[in-house]
Design a binder for this molecule. Structure first.
Ligand SMILES: CC(C)C[C@H](NC(=O)CN)C(=O)O
Length: 732
């Protein structure tokens, strides 16, 4: 039998797997598994909201709430996975079983997105939506169970593969692990939206959500297979019974025993957990103390995630009000999120190989908790940048009417100039087929407008908080019409376009993607969303057929006017005039790069370090539990976003960014104080000492000797080292 195997069980011993450049070979399978799993998770997540909205036909609010509930669930389930792994199945089996659950969930999602299954009338839309909703909800539940369940196990299982002599390699492993997470996330967030945009279907073609979910499902199967292939090489730590149950009972006993002995006649004990000594093993008590120490330190951490996870919500919404034209490529608002994994892939190696060694060379002891504090500070700085960008955006946004105001624009549908008299604005002259450049703002409910050339006078009812366009007709006998205009920027950086038909006959308008439908004479169409770039509009009215093209930026709104003079042979490109109701976004999306840079630099210092810290400070039998505790801070952080945004309800977005930055700054100060008093421990060393002393405990020791030993052990618990974990006392 090889010396790296346990003689009794034949299983591998810790740190004895075949090594490549000082790293256990088994690590290779774990990082590839993580890469594929994160591809699967982030790929599916990238198209999820669009699937809810456009396939299941949910409204924005429902789609957003279910999306956030799903994300929160994904970070709550790690607790379950950790308990199962640490106390029952062990990490290896837990990863295998939950990966199967996860893959089934992904397949369920892919199947739920096949519209042909229930498309009995073959019109391209499902006929039994309940089937698709139920299947996708079951799929999402299984995915949340799977991805959350394995998450704390995979990181801790990877850490388990390193022996005590591989401390440095283990630290690098956590960085590489993080790179794989972001490599998978980057690739999938680029690929799955492209897959979704394809058309597929048996009877009728639709956007291919089944492919966008199917590829992540396949990657999850690959992740599972890769993990199983490495099976023979892993060190598999045995689960140590119902450890969570024992921990809870032990804590419960310590509290009740303390309460029973609250009278002054009983001497106090150094730590409240020491009250459990009357019944419980000292080793268990020492391990609980280690975990509680770390969990206490976690209390302020959710605030970091509160800011971090707004990349996907607030910052993406901010990008929708910005200009994404980068010359050769045009970036969509949601694609800005890929800046985060791109920066992670660049910053992690730079930090590990340049910044941290440089800091060390300068003689500074940049301990994990110091890094995390700096990470928090950088995240707060990112939100200050976001606030500055928001202020710039706000300067370019249209001023929409308040609840006490209404706004009116004029459009001359005639072939001759008209002059309109507006209360408070004097005479406004409009050429044929021309609209006023700006909206006029009124506080009255009704105004009287007189038009000369031809002479007309009308009382116009205005609506508070609304924008309208008054269509001044061709002749006195024609009807005066008021349109309802937009009072918000079009969503997702799209452009809202509508047509006013000034001809005496109906006209059909369409582009290759959008149908405006038939617009009756002297009437107007609804708004349709046009993506940025060049769009060509086709007009067709009886014999008349022509086309015209326009370039669009992001977030604009135009009213195109089809003049009464348009006839067979007319040049539409020149004849059709457009009124700019909402200007396109003019603040460039590149301005978001600094905030992405700071949040990602913060993430590298906070999250990569926190992942490794949670592993190194956990007792051997509670590694996965502490990883789950770490992930729980992410879930709580997500809930805080919903609560703060709902409670604060600040009128200006930039003030909300400043609020979040200030909150994190306060939390950062509190954390730095807590961290100052934290002393690093070496759980293995402490556990070994307690184990050595179990035998002695059985002997009949006198009280004095026992007391002396206890003091020594307690001192050990408080020990830390200069380079984090090697033995000398260090704070923070
Ligand atoms: C938020 C997670 C704890 C960390 C990680 N995410 C990223 O790295 C995003 N840049 C993940 O495991 O998904």
């Amino acid at each position: 039998m090889a010396d790296h195997e346990d003689p009794k069980t034949g299983k591998k011993n810790k740190g004895t797997s075949k090594e490549v450049c000082g790293y256990p070979l088994s690590i290779f399978f774990i990082v590839v598994n993580e890469f594929c799993e994160r591809f699967s998770y982030y790929g599916m997540r990238a198209v999820l909201v669009l699937y809810f909205k456009y396939f299941l036909r949910w409204d924005d609010d429902l789609a957003t709430s279910i999306y956030h509930t799903f994300v929160a669930l994904c970070y709550l389930t790690p607790i379950l996975g950790a308990i199962v792994a640490d106390s029952w199945l062990g990490k290896f089996k837990t990863i295998i079983y939950l990966s199967i659950v996860y893959a089934i969930g992904q397949v369920a999602m892919a199947v739920s997105a096949i519209h042909d299954i229930t498309d009995t009338d073959r019109d391209g839309t499902p006929n039994n939506m309940t089937f698709h909703v139920v299947l996708s909800m079951v799929g999402l539940f299984l995915i949340a169970l799977g991805t959350g369940g394995i998450k704390p196990c995979v990181a801790a299982f990877g850490g388990d593969q390193f022996g005590d002599h591989q401390e440095r390699q283990r630290r690098t492993f956590f960085s590489v692990f993080y790179l794989c997470i972001n490599g998978g996330s980057l690739l999938s967030t680029i690929i799955t939206p492209i897959l979704r945009a394809q058309n597929c279907g048996i009877y009728s073609k639709q956007k291919c959500y089944s492919l966008a979910f199917g590829v992540p499902a396949a990657l999850m199967v690959v992740a599972l297979v890769v993990f199983i292939v490495g099976s023979g090489m892993y060190y598999k730590a045995k689960p140590e019974g119902n450890i969570m149950g024992d921990v809870c009972k032990c804590i419960g006993f310590a509290i009740s025993n303390r309460y029973k002995h609250r009278s002054k006649q009983y001497p106090s004990r150094e730590h409240w957990m020491d009250w459990a000594e009357d019944k419980y093993d000292k080793l268990l008590i020492a391990q609980i103390k280690m975990v509680l120490k770390v969990l206490f330190l976690y209390i302020p951490l959710p605030m970091f995630w509160t800011l971090f996870d707004q990349k996907g919500s607030r910052w993406t919404l901010q990008a929708t009000t910005m200009d994404g034209n980068f010359g050769a490529i045009v970036i969509q608002p949601d694609q800005m999120q890929t800046v985060n994994p791109i920066l992670i892939l660049t910053l992690v190696p730079i930090m590990d190989s340049v910044i941290y060694p440089l800091i060390k060379k300068c003689g500074l002891n940049f301990t994990p908790l110091k890094r995390m504090t700096v990470g928090m500070f950088l995240a707060a700085l990112a939100f200050v940048c976001a606030a500055v960008v928001q202020i710039e955006i706000d300067k370019t946004l249209p001023v929409f009417p308040s609840n006490f105001q209404s706004q009116l624009k004029l459009l001359n549908m005639g072939n001759h100039p008209v002059t309109a008299g507006l209360p408070g604005y004097g005479q406004v002259t409009l050429q044929a087929a021309q609209a006023s450049e700006e909206y006029f703002t009124f506080e009255e409910d009704q105004i009287s407008i007189s038009v000369s050339g031809p002479e007309m006078k009308r009382n116009i009812s205005l609506i508070k908080g609304q924008r309208q366009t008054l269509l001044i007709p061709l002749t006195i006998s024609d009807e005066w019409q008021l349109t309802a205009d937009l009072t918000t920027k079009p969503e997702e950086g799209n452009n809202a376009i509508r047509f006013v038909n000034g001809m005496n006959k109906p006209v059909n308008v369409s582009t290759s993607e959008v149908v405006f439908g038939q617009i009756e004479k002297f009437h107007y169409s609804n708004y349709s969303q046009i993506r940025n770039g060049r769009a060509t509009f086709f007009l067709q009215s009886g014999q008349l057929s022509c086309a015209f093209s326009r370039d669009f930026g992001f977030g604009s709104s135009y009213t195109f006017f089809i003049p009464s003079t348009l006839s067979l042979g007319s040049n539409c490109q020149e004849s059709i005039t457009g009124a700019e109701d909402i200007k396109p976004n003019s603040v460039h999306m590149a301005l978001q790069v600094p905030q992405y840079f700071f949040i990602t630099a913060g993430e590298v210092m906070f999250s990569v370090t926190g992942l490794e810290f949670s592993y190194s400070q956990a007792p051997s039998n509670m590694k996965a539990v502490l990883q789950a505790g770490w992930l729980l801070t992410v879930a709580i952080g997500n809930f805080i976003v919903l609560i703060v945004a709902e409670v604060a309800k600040l009128p200006k977005q930039w003030t909300e960014y400043v609020l979040f930055a200030s909150l994190l700054l306060c939390v950062c100060i509190i954390f730095s104080i807590m961290a100052y008093f934290y002393t690093y421990i070496d759980p293995t060393e402490i556990e070994a000492k307690f184990r050595r002393n179990v035998g002695d405990d059985d002997d009949d020791k006198n009280d004095k000797q026992r007391k002396l030993e206890m003091e020594m052990m307690k001192r050990d618990l408080d020990r830390s080292d200069d380079e984090h974990y090697k033995g000398k006392q260090t704070k923070m």
